[in-house]
Design a protein around this ligand. Sequence first.
Ligand SMILES: Nc1ncnc2c1ncn2[C@@H]1O[C@H](COP(=O)(O)OP(=O)(O)OP(=O)(O)O)[C@@H](O)[C@H]1O
Length: 259
Amino acid sequence: MEIHFQNIGKVWPDGTPALHEVELTVPAGQFCVLLGHSGAGKSTLLRCVNGLETPTSGGVCIDGQPVDRTSLPALRRRIAMVHQHFGLVPRASGAANVMAGAVPVMPLWRVLTGLYPAASRRRVCDLLKAVGLDEVHLRRRAEQLSGGQQQRLGLARAFMLDPAILLADEPVASLDPALAREVLGLLKAQAREHGSTVLCSLHQLDLARAFADRIVALHRGRVIFDGAPDTLNTRDLAVIYARDDVPLTDGVLPLKEAV
Ligand SMILES: Nc1ncnc2c1ncn2[C@@H]1O[C@H](COP(=O)(O)OP(=O)(O)OP(=O)(O)O)[C@@H](O)[C@H]1O
């Protein structure tokens, strides 16, 4: 599914600006990485896609359909999210955590009794295998797994309903560099297999360069770079990671137009 941010702005109730005139289209199937320093607006932008935040101006469309109260319940079944701190239920088993990804389409009685259809249980096993986990992890509580294993569970859960869109908010920020690369590789492989559009915020530049089809950088809520990873140069990086309290000069601001 295509994500279109239509000139969106977001100002928090306390007056803090988070996004400013963001105009961006992420085509179906693209792996788009959001870069930017802390507070640049990456999470806010991601969260506008599944309605966890509402823009104060402009809007988000998915395959041409505006994201609003009417469309959200159906859209949320097609959008999955992976979080930095995994978002698992610590005392529940690995299997229960992955199965939670299918809860939006399960009748309440199944969720309450834990009597899930055989096809869903098979899917949990297949996905666990795909992300490099096995039966031991299926039975163990999430809190008894390592960070890398927990994020693999998070990935398996996200793919339970074949998401058309995967939002990943710093999905590997809590992992060591080698593990981060491995988990991001799994995320990308799964997204390819399922044809998911990925919008993923990252702090690790090397990973962005290695995995992204496209990099979009935000600075103080504005898009200041939008291009292929190999077009990102040292000057761009200086701007993307410029200190928040130093004003950008006129010579630097039209960076977006330069790519
Ligand atoms: N609930 C809130 N109320 C007020 N301001 C907020 C709120 N949530 C975020 N902000 C502010 O909005 C701006 C954008 O925040 P956001 O979390 O989107 O940035 P980010 O790029 O994801 O940062 P990080 O990389 O640290 O996660 C920041 O100035 C932040 O302080």
